[in-house]
Ligand binder design. Sequence first.
Ligand code: ZN
Length: 67
Amino acid sequence: MKDANKQNRVPRIVTCPKCGADVEWVAENRYRPFCSARCKGVDFVAWATDGYRIEATEEPHPEDQSE
Ligand SMILES: [Zn+2]
């Protein structure tokens, strides 16, 4: 019964980079390494919020033209 090994496998636990919560590194967690969509989407919320100046991230990168 080789399948028995799979059931004994413990998912890897990582730490959410945003809030520090424990996150199971499993396939069904599409937000990994974040714990939730809210943590993963924090940047999106930030630039979508009035007051956040997206221009600050529009700096040109000379290295992008190296191709
Ligand atoms: Zn989190």
